[in-house]
Design a protein around this ligand. Structure first.
Ligand code: SAM
Length: 182
């Protein structure tokens, strides 16, 4: 989001035939809730088009990137690395420190897995963070983490260059095209 240090989400791995929607939803959730970019790895690299389509329609800025070497990416990351895992420390106990580092200007990389996450990642992470110590989903854990990081402020962000804007309504649906409002 505007004015913040770099906030990237790394989607580690992707199981073809099983994770298509999950990988797309990791990207859409990252975009909607305040990250600047998503980095897709492995077989998930092909899932970027839908996320880019949504950014073109509903605005940005938000970037979709890919990597062939997530381990190198983590090694070279010059900031905080949060790995979301059910085995980590409770988000409510560590989020204050993570937020302080982020607000001080440290870039933040949030890593979510697909299948089994290699042990190296647990070592490379600055923080292994759990959203409850119960198994659930990378999309849910990412959403809760980002909302806790921003303390809800991401819900009021502005979007640039949207071709379409949803007008909030108590009933029904209203979507305005940018060329109609110009
Ligand atoms: N068994 C896998 C493992 O060994 O990591 C878990 C796979 S889980 C379906 C996919 C991803 O969801 C995990 O890699 C993690 O990023 C996220 N996840 C699931 N439950 C979580 C929790 N309670 N807290 C934080 N992240 C979680």
């Amino acid at each position: 989001m505007k004015g913040q240090p770099d906030l990237a989400v790394l989607r580690l791995g992707h199981r073809p035939g099983r994770d298509e929607r999950m990988t797309t939803h990791v990207g859409l959730t990252a975009r909607a809730l305040g990250a600047d970019r998503v980095i897709l790895s492995g077989e998930g690299k092909s899932q970027g088009d839908t996320i880019e389509d949504i950014t073109e329609r509903f605005g940005g800025p938000f970037a979709v990137e890919t990597t062939d070497s997530p381990v190198d990416l983590l090694e070279e990351w010059g900031g905080t690395i949060v790995h979301l895992t059910m085995y980590g420390l409770p988000v409510q106990d560590v989020i204050g420190e993570v937020r302080e580092e982020f607000e001080r200007g440290d870039p933040l990389l949030v890593v979510v897995g697909a299948g089994k996450v290699p042990w190296d990642i647990y070592d490379q992470a600055t923080d292994n963070v759990a959203v409850t110590n119960q198994p659930h989903s990378e999309v849910a854990s990412l959403a809760v983490f980002l909302d806790r990081l921003f303390e809800g402020k991401e819900l009021d962000r502005e979007w640039a260059d949207a071709a379409q804007t949803v007008v909030p309504k108590a009933e029904g649906k209203l979507v305005e095209d940018a060329d109609e409002t110009e």
